[in-house]
Design a protein around this ligand. Structure first.
Ligand code: FES
Length: 170
């Protein structure tokens, strides 16, 4: 069963509709489905995440089936299918980073932020999650922080705490 926030009606702003129409025009006639990835980014940037209602609206906009939107949005980890904090801390959880402490770092995040993976802190500022290789395997543990995807390498618990403090001060 969908949670309340997942059932909220979705309204796209005029600016988002205009931007999405501009994106669709980049592709040949009848190939509007090719605009799906960039439009998912735009919608997520505006709404913060991709609710089922938002994905249904995208499907309607592109004249494709909702399942075509769901399967793409659920494949890529850069799309959020649940509400996230203002800052999303994404820790690489692939083998090489685990060998140098990525799992310890995720345990630390759970304790210091007080929320489990993909949950949001009560102040709405943070969520965290493990993601697959971030392509900096020689510099682990690494994490990136969305939505801008700033990158941090050679991390330890102290550096992560400092990072969180800096973000709180912003
Ligand atoms: S394994 Fe962590 S960046 Fe590649």
């Amino acid at each position: 069963m969908l949670k309340v926030e997942e059932q909220q009606p979705v309204q796209f702003s005029a600016a988002l509709i205009e931007k999405s129409e501009e994106i669709v025009k980049r592709y040949p006639e009848g190939k509007q489905k090719s605009a799906l990835l960039p439009i998912l980014h735009e919608v997520q940037a505006e709404l913060g995440w991709l609710s089922p209602n938002a994905m249904d609206k995208i499907a309607e906009f592109l004249s494709i089936e909702p399942i075509e939107v769901y399967e793409v949005a659920s494949f890529y980890s850069m799309y959020f299918l649940k509400p996230q904090g203002k800052y999303v801390l994404e820790v690489c959880r692939t083998g090489p980073c685990c060998l140098v402490g990525a799992e310890k770092l995720m345990d630390h995040l759970e304790k210091s932020l007080g929320v489990k993976e993909n949950e949001v802190t009560p102040d709405g500022l943070f969520s965290w999650r493990g993601v697959e290789c971030l392509a900096a395997c020689g510099y682990g543990p690494v994490l990136q922080i969305g939505p801008e995807y700033t990158f941090y390498e050679n991390l330890n618990e102290q550096k992560v705490d400092d990072l969180i403090q800096d973000l709180r001060k912003k």
